[in-house]
Design a protein around this ligand. Structure first.
Ligand code: HEM
Ligand code: HEM
Length: 345
């Protein structure tokens, strides 16, 4: 904790080059995106497991404070991606190291250049939404508290559990033997490369996802009756009770060349961003938290949450029996008079 305070005060005091700010921004943007990601994967899984809750969550996402957060999120993702690409390129091209400052400035410039059109398009969606619903502006603080409270409570519980288990573990002598040096270990070297490779692979996936969810359509379209969800071929979303849930179903049920294209896409995105983000947060914890018990508690909490998020996210994508497949199969059953799928609901 003292090292966190020291980092903040020294960062503000230190009149260093732009490289210092690039490091701070990379850390802050990565952590911000990470917090959103945990909430987002759990929320999205409700489309399969608790449809009513998902509809409520998307309702909360449409409130002004969440809308402001969405702009910050997009800025974080774009800056972090471009700066991550810069780090990766420089790591493999030592001859460019003397251009550190220039490349950091280039990343800032690139972020601003990308953000101007992106923000304009996103603002267009927001203006359209409020134009269609004159007088509907409501800060929606109650919805926001309702949507975030379960996550705040969950965080406290997971951290508390981590502390209890870690404190218990400190009573077992073999678990308190001097720690092996991790730096330089094969695992750490692998993770170092993984952060760079996964980062580069994430760029097209996350930029594609954001383009679909922010540019081609806005978050408001998720619950719009009569709207054809982006890159789907199953027709408009006509469900007027659980529109947002149906939006996700239509996306996950869309097939291209015999493949559930958005399920495959989302699974790839899920595993890459979750593994990358959790390992990134592990680096941050190790930089600031040196107390043995607290450090172990945070690692346990982090690891448990990571497994939970991967499981919940992957199960949500895999479990929901596609309505269209079910429909197709039951039609086949009727035509040929044989029950080809006893599991059709
Ligand atoms: C969009 C493409 C992305 C690229 C190119 C990228 C690249 C990188 C790179 C190169 C690092 C440095 C790793 C190291 O120091 O060894 C890093 C760290 C990190 N990334 Fe990403 N990343 C991306 C997306 C994400 C996403 C979506 C998240 C959140 C879920 C995230 C969270 C983090 C965190 C928390 C760190 C640790 C920051 C630190 O140690 O200061 N990244 N990223
Ligand atoms: C506010 C901005 C965003 C919106 C409105 C949004 C919307 C959605 C929607 C509707 C889905 C359901 C499936 C689909 O249609 O493909 C989804 C899934 C997903 N999104 Fe996003 N997304 C946003 C930002 C992000 C960001 C920044 C990331 C990565 C850091 C991300 C990662 C994912 C993942 C991993 C899934 C799969 C979830 C699961 O396994 O249950 N999303 N998103």
């Amino acid at each position: 904790m003292t090292s966190l305070v020291l980092t903040i005060t020294e960062t503000l005091r230190y009149r260093g080059e732009i490289g210092k700010w690039a490091w701070v921004l990379h850390r802050v943007s990565g952590s911000g995106t990470f917090v959103f990601l945990i909430m987002h994967v759990i929320d999205t899984s409700w489309a399969t497991f608790y449809p009513e809750l998902y509809a409520k969550a998307i309702d909360a996402y449409k409130t002004p404070l969440f809308t402001a957060g969405e702009f910050v999120l997009v800025a974080c993702v774009i800056y972090h991606a471009l700066n991550g690409l810069r780090i990766t390129l420089l790591d493999y091209r030592p001859q460019w190291w003397r251009r550190q400052a220039d490349t950091a400035k280039l990343v800032l410039l690139g972020t601003l250049v990308l953000l101007v059109p992106v923000f304009l398009v996103m603002a267009g969606h927001v203006v359209n939404y409020y134009n269609e619903r004159a007088g509907a502006f409501d800060l929606g603080l109650d919805k926001m508290v309702e949507a975030t409270a379960p996550f705040a409570i969950g965080t406290v519980i997971v951290l508390g559990l981590g502390l209890v288990v870690s404190a218990g573990a400190s009573l077992i002598p073999s678990l308190n033997a001097p720690r092996k040096r991790l730096k330089g270990s094969k695992m750490e070297t692998f993770l170092w490369s993984f952060m760079r490779i996964s980062g580069v692979l994430i760029i097209p996936l996350v930029f594609g996802h954001l383009a679909m969810m922010h540019l081609i359509q806005g978050v408001f379209d998720l619950s719009r009756v009569g709207h054809v969800p982006v890159f789907t071929n199953l027709g408009p979303n006509m469900d007027d009770t659980l529109t947002a849930v149906n939006f996700v179903r239509l996306r996950w049920d869309t097939m291209l060349a015999g493949v559930y294209i958005w399920r495959v896409y989302d699974i790839l995105l899920l595993f890459l961003v979750v593994l990358h983000g959790f390992n990134g947060v592990r680096y941050i914890i190790n930089d600031y938290i040196h107390n043995r018990v607290v450090n172990r508690a945070l690692h346990l909490a982090l690891f448990g949450t990571m497994i939970g998020v991967l499981l919940v996210g992957a199960l949500a994508i895999l479990q929901s029996v596609p309505a269209t497949t079910a429909e197709m199969l039951s039609q086949t059953s009727r035509t040929i008079g044989v029950d080809v799928n006893p599991f059709v609901r």
